[in-house]
Design a protein around this ligand. Sequence first.
Ligand SMILES: Nc1ncnc2c1ncn2[C@@H]1O[C@H](COP(=O)(O)OP(=O)(O)OP(=O)(O)O)[C@@H](O)[C@H]1O
Length: 270
Amino acid sequence: MRRGSAHCHWLDLKRTRGRYRACSLDGSGGARRMEPNSDEDKLFRPSYVASMELPERTGLVNVEDIKTNLSDEFSLASSSSDMSRRSSLEPRAHIQVSLRIKPFTALERANGSQGCVSLEDSTSVILKPPKSSLSRLLEKTAGQTIQKFTFSRVFGPEATQEEFFEGTMKQPVQDFLEGCNRLVFTYGITNAGKTYTFQGTEDDVGILPRTMDMLFKTIGGRLYTKMDLKPIRWRDYIKLTKDQVREETALKNSLLRLTREVGGYFIKKR
Ligand SMILES: Nc1ncnc2c1ncn2[C@@H]1O[C@H](COP(=O)(O)OP(=O)(O)OP(=O)(O)O)[C@@H](O)[C@H]1O
């Protein structure tokens, strides 16, 4: 993600009228879009180009209502954690919120960065203010400097990409394959590790390629193998003529020449 852009990556897994739709966007809102061509010869096929569907807004929105609803779903447990709030974070809750704690980079270690987050158990962390700000904080908010936050699950700095995928994504992808819609997104300040978690690195890919891998492996036997369909907008697709197939193939080949395969994934050449 570019510096200064919205701090969020998301993956929208939807199944509509028997079709799978997996849409991935980055913080710039960069969903791919293609121009409509013809509406003839529409056939059902999995489409990988999608967009968000926002519910129709009817009338004025009461901001206080929105706040109330979100408070039911999310919970920031303070040191005096109350159990009724915790219930929204139990495994059966509609929203699962996982925390991933990033290890210090070499630069951060060299700069003497200090750890302020400590794992209490697999679902909660304790946050302590940095020593440099402690005396100032103590004057203002004595007794409130240590806070406890509870999540569906907490992953420490040593958690691998595979462990994180297994612990957070495997179930939603399984649910999606069984017909449920799922939306997954990462959220955090700049440098928090969103891109690393979502895309990963060449050697250790993140949740997005792992999700695609799981999806394609599962639906592999049911894929339409001819190359004569092209998605348009987010719900439809068109059947290409022979000339269009040739054009598309040339375009895909030129794009593929810009990539190389690493461990079964295609990444951009440097
Ligand atoms: N779990 C991790 N293990 C090892 N390195 C990590 C981990 N998470 C993040 N990093 C490293 O920390 C740095 C910042 O991570 P990343 O670029 O993913 O942050 P970001 O949240 O996407 O930032 P921005 O919003 O500015 O784009 C990168 O060098 C990345 O490789």
